[in-house]
Design a protein around this ligand. Structure first.
Ligand code: N01
Length: 536
């Protein structure tokens, strides 16, 4: 019987069984706290449980996309490929959950629907779709940043007689597209990964593209034993790098402006880095590539030259070339044979900027007056990112104020971890933290460890209530906005800023100052008795 069924009173509730939830539950239970943890899926994995579409793969190097806190986990696990596939990441998380023996604290197939703070008892009441509730002192959200899928409100979608699949909620047994006419909407990270594989299977593939992607050939390949061994032997160096770099990843940024080099010099720099198959090596090749639009245009043009080299038809290559936003303002996608796929006879590109998507019909999709007949449509249309999974729950703080009300103009947080008016609530990878602009596993380890230490401090000092002060929340949110304004992110119309969800307040939802600086700030806050928080 799970602990949830034994008792309704816990020290902490954790929501989510992805990278952050698994580690948080481990940390809290190691500290001797009782934990009730909930997960909507059948098992651990978080976003890697649901995103099972063909080609799903992480854009971080496998050995770096793993926990570093446990020498035992590092020693026992071997990655097979340079960029890990979804099935392998899921197996890794199952292995970790097993090693740490955390599954017994989770209730799976159970979605948290609401969490209400009681001002008199200083406790959270957390209710689930199973119709029950638990009470806990601490409420920790480990709900991930990309876990609420986004399906646009396409006119006529309900009329469509064929099948629809969202990449972020793919059927467990897979889908056979053999002999089918398939449409894919969306050319972000999910789209560029799924398109080449659907093209290999389907009789005909029609790609509906609104904004072309800057995409990097990921050069995936099996890892060698020597590479695996070398990483394990140098794990302390990697850990140091992950703590002292803005993204948690090492790259060697040149010390001159991109504009100080000649075209030939720049091209040589980009060409050498293209072969490294890591996005960070390109976007951080020069220090000003992501703050100066003219510098950015030099690397944007380099990426476009790669599209022209891959796509045989020059007109089609141009349709696939991003022109309307700076490189990096939407996440750079990593692919295998994405652009080459458009050389196939069975693949057609529909440019929605020229022929807007009018409606779904019974037989397919009509764009610019033309009906494309389809048996199935793949929606690679992304996520209501970062705030989406938090706001899906009915979270109410002091005086019954909802998080939705508090964030009606966009998320406000202190350190991305806490919100004034919501005591004893901790968000892992919440808005206003470095979250998705880093190797997110590094960001998660920092967050879980900071929250674990904070809760230890509160328990040892006998505190009942820990709450971000309003001025700290306001100042942190303002700092975030000021830092983001110095970058090119606001020019991206992406999920980074909420621009992909109609009606969502548009504000950068990540701290752009770097994980290293963020870590120092968090440590300093803790060292000064949790400056900016009220403790009672
Ligand atoms: O989602 P996206 P994603 N009509 O938002 C289009 C991570 N991830 O699932 O750009 C027509 O990037 C939309 O067009 P536009 C990774 O962090 C990682 O692909 O809004 N089209 C866009 O092309 C990634 O960044 C990996 O004009 C519409 C696409 O749908 C994040 O998840 C793999 C539309 C959505 O792209 C999200 O990636 C997969 C509409 N109404 C995911 N609405 C790796 O690690 C949206 N679109 C490699």
């Amino acid at each position: 019987m799970s602990p949830v069924e034994n008792s309704a009173e816990f020290d902490a509730v954790v929501v989510g069984a992805g990278f952050s939830g698994i580690y948080m539950v481990h940390r809290l239970t190691e500290m001797g706290l009782t934990v009730a943890a909930f997960e909507a899926a059948d098992g651990v994995g978080g976003t890697w449980f649901w995103n099972r579409y063909p080609g799903a793969r992480c854009d971080c190097i496998s050995m770096e996309y793993a926990y570093t806190f446990s020498p035992q986990l590092i020693e026992k696990w071997d990655w097979s490929e340079r960029y890990p596939s979804q099935p392998e990441i899921l197996r890794y998380l199952e292995f970790v959950a097993d090693e740490l023996d955390v599954e017994k604290h989770f209730r799976f197939r159970t979605r948290v629907e609401s969490a209400y703070y009681d001002d008199h008892t200083d406790r959270w009441t957390v209710a689930t779709d199973a119709g029950d509730a638990v009470v806990a002192k601490y409420f920790v959200t480990a709900v991930g940043c990309l876990s609420t899928s986004q399906t646009p409100d396409f006119p006529g979608l309900e009329k469509f007689g064929g099948a629809t699949y969202h990449t972020a909620d793919w059927p467990e047994g897979g889908v056979d597209f053999t002999g089918k006419k398939v449409g894919v909407i969306g050319t972000g990270s999910s789209g560029v990964q799924v398109i080449p594989l659907v093209a290999e299977q389907a009789a005909k593939l029609t790609v509906f593209q609104r904004t072309p992607a800057f995409s990097l050939d990921c050069g995936n390949r099996p890892l060698t034993d020597a590479e695996r061994q070398e990483f394990k032997e140098n794990i302390e160096t990697f850990k140091a790098i992950s703590k002292t770099t803005p993204s948690g990843q090492f790259t060697d940024t040149l010390e001159v402006s991109a504009l100080d080099h000649t075209h030939e010099e720049r091209w040589a720099v980009y060409e050498e880095r293209w072969k490294r198959h890591r996005a960070i090596d390109l976007i951080q090749a020069y220090p000003d590539l992501f703050s100066n639009r003219e510098a950015n245009e030099t690397i944007a043009e380099f990426f476009r030259s790669k599209i022209r080299a891959a796509v045989q038809d020059p007109e089609l290559a141009e349709q696939l070339s991003p022109r309307t936003y700076p490189l990096g303002a939407k996440r750079i996608t990593l692919d295998t044979n994405y652009f080459q796929t458009y050389n196939r006879d069975n693949v057609q590109l529909v440019n929605l900027c020229e022929a807007p998507l009018e409606e779904f019909t019974e037989k397919g999709i009509r764009t610019g007056g033309i009906e494309h007949e389809l048996d199935a449509v793949v929606l690679a249309t992304g996520f209501d990112a970062i705030t989406g999974p938090l706001l899906k729950m009915d979270i109410r703080g002091v005086g019954g104020q909802t998080l939705n009300e508090k964030w009606q103009d966009g998320p406000v947080t202190y350190l991305g971890i806490a919100v004034d008016g919501f005591p004893n609530m901790f968000m892992l990878t919440g808005p206003g933290s470095p979250n998705v602009l880093t190797n997110v596993v590094c960001a998660i380890e920092q967050h879980v460890e900071w929250v674990g230490e904070c809760i230890t401090y509160l328990e040892e000092s006998g505190a009942r209530r820990f709450e971000a002060l309003e001025p700290s929340t306001d100042e942190w949110t303002q700092l975030n906005n000021e830092l983001a304004a110095q970058t090119l992110y606001p020019e991206g119309n992406s999920w980074y800023t909420g621009a992909n969800v109609p009606g969502k307040p548009q504000v950068i939802m990540s701290y752009v100052g770097g994980l290293n600086t963020y870590r120092e700030i968090c440590d300093d806050v803790a060292a000064h008795g949790y400056r900016g928080f009220a403790i009672k």
